[in-house]
Design a protein around this ligand. Structure first.
Ligand code: C2E
Ligand code: CA
Ligand code: CA
Ligand code: CA
Length: 276
């Protein structure tokens, strides 16, 4: 029995070692990707339900991998957060989104707001607010055309500090949105002290409307909460006309999702924006 135990242990060690090596390889690969600049941003339009116009876009990270092709955030962000590479990657995203948005304005396209997803680790960096200010200055983008998406869990990790940072960002003139709203556990009373312009209703609720009575109730409640607090509200993951009809009837301001468009490369986004 002792022999078997030892063999199992050796097998276990070998497996562990292989896992650790594989992980280290993935870390190195991501580090090289940062150095080589293998990231791109795709943009997903946000449409106002009253006017039918595209007034904003969310920037979404993609990794143009030399062999694997376009890699999605699910295979980048967790690893990036674990290794701290999310900080340089996040900086790149912020600067690139500002640069791109300003370039579109310079081309004479209708001005839009571009939003950037912010990770908790990035938000907690000591000089985060000045990095945002610097990205605006270097790109020449006016602050009101930049929106930062923060999740409830990011805010709730240290509410006091987060609210202070949010006020500093607001003072710069950038817009703030709460992403994936309804999935975290920010208290409703805390919500009124957040200087946010928008709530983004998580797609998990939107997915099953108008079929599911519970999700209809939750989505409807978030919309009326936002209205009462005078915060704009957008539904994410909108794929069908039936969802649009329900959201419109419920008083939702804006929609984002495959119904309008999938996230697309910048060149393709230009044709959407120009209404071509
Ligand atoms: P998110 O911020 O909630 O972004 C929305 C996600 O939903 C995107 O996935 C988008 O492609 C997808 N989506 C949009 N419309 C629909 C729809 O109609 N149906 C369905 N089923 N899905 C839809 P994506 O691009 O894979 O991004 C996943 C997540 O990765 C994002 O969720 C965000 O949390 C994170 N992420 C993306 N880019 C960045 C980034 O630059 N920085 C950070 N920190 N996180 C990012
Ligand atoms: Ca988002
Ligand atoms: Ca979201
Ligand atoms: Ca999400």
């Amino acid at each position: 029995a002792k022999e078997v135990g030892r063999n199992n242990l050796q097998l276990f060690d070998a497996e562990m070692a292989a896992k650790v090596r594989a992980k280290l390889r993935r870390h190195e690969e991501l580090r090289d990707a940062v150095a080589r600049g293998e990231f791109v941003l795709h943009y997903q339009p946000e449409m106002n339900l009253k006017t039918g116009r595209i007034f904003a876009a969310e920037s979404l990270l993609r990794w143009q991998h030399p062999e694997r092709g376009l890699v999605a955030p699910a295979d980048i962000i967790p690893l990036a957060e674990e290794t701290g590479l999310i900080v340089p990657i996040g900086d790149w995203v912020l600067n690139e989104a500002c640069r791109q948005n300003r370039a579109w304005q310079d081309e004479g396209l209708p001005p839009i707001v571009v939003s950037v997803n912010v990770s908790a680790r990035q938000f907690r960096e000591r000089n985060w607010v000045s990095r945002v200010a610097q990205a605006l200055e270097e790109s020449g983008l006016e602050a009101r055309y930049l929106e930062l998406e923060l999740t409830e869990s990011l805010i709730m990790q240290d509410v006091g500090a987060a609210i202070a940072t949010m006020h500093e960002l607001e003072a710069l003139g950038v817009h703030l949105a709460i992403d994936d709203f309804g999935t975290g556990y920010s208290s409703l009373s805390a919500l009124k002290s957040f200087p946010v312009r928008r709530l983004k209703i998580d797609q998990s609720f939107v997915q099953h409307v108008p079929g599911d009575a519970d999700d209809m109730a939750i989505t409807g409640a978030i919309i009326s909460l936002a209205q009462k607090l005078q915060i704009e509200v957008i539904a994410e993951g909108v794929e069908t006309q039936a969802q649009v009809d329900f959201l419109q009837a419920s008083g939702c301001d804006d929609v984002q999702g495959y119904f309008v468009s999938r996230p697309v490369a910048p060149t393709e986004f230009v044709t959407l924006l120009a209404g071509l």
